[in-house]
Design a binder for this molecule. Sequence first.
Ligand code: PRP
Length: 219
Amino acid sequence: MENITIAIPKGRNLKPTVKLFQTIGIDASIFLTDTRKLLASQENMNVNFMVVRDTDIPTYVEYGAADIGISGKDVLLEKETNVYEPIDLKFGYCRMVLAEPEDLRLHDDPSTWTHVRVATKYPNITEKYFKNKGIEVDIIKLYGSIEIAPLVGLSERIVDLVSTGDTMKANRLVEVDEIAKISARLVVNRASLKTKHERINGIIEGVRANLDAVLKELE
Ligand code: PRP
């Protein structure tokens, strides 16, 4: 069996990812413990694992440092990495939205916008979105807690992810528009797809066959 390296995401997609691979006999559960190890392997399956930040997964996969990875669609859209994306895994579901303060929304008319200032973790997606609408945009790149930006006058608007909606609500922000629906994706290095065809196809098919059962278990 060919050796294969899988990039596992830290954070909220870690657990579903480990569960998913477990169903096809690939066991990355070491990363659910408090280990500080970033690399591991499972010899009987010829698998190496790495655990990295979700935002870095497409980079490892594009360069072939990992053959396969699990990445949020938000990261894939932002980075436009050249990877093969065969499966929507449907977990890690959330939405990317444009939002602004409740009070502003009351008298705001987005159809009159010509120039806006937006804080976001996703500058490329944001730029494209406004370019498409012919609106000029100043983008302020932040790395987290984006919802605070309008509250302290850094920007009037934000582009960010919404899951339950609790963070927006707690900070008195409302959605103006949905930009994209987001979920986790299986991604594959394009060269590995050819050089390790059989192995990778086996994994893709295995994941496809077991996905619904895993999603049910996660409910
Ligand atoms: C994400 C996202 C929102 C929040 C949405 O942030 O950026 O802030 O979750 O979730 P909710 O709709 O269920 O409230 P995350 O927790 O990843 O932290 P961050 O602010 O550091 O990005």
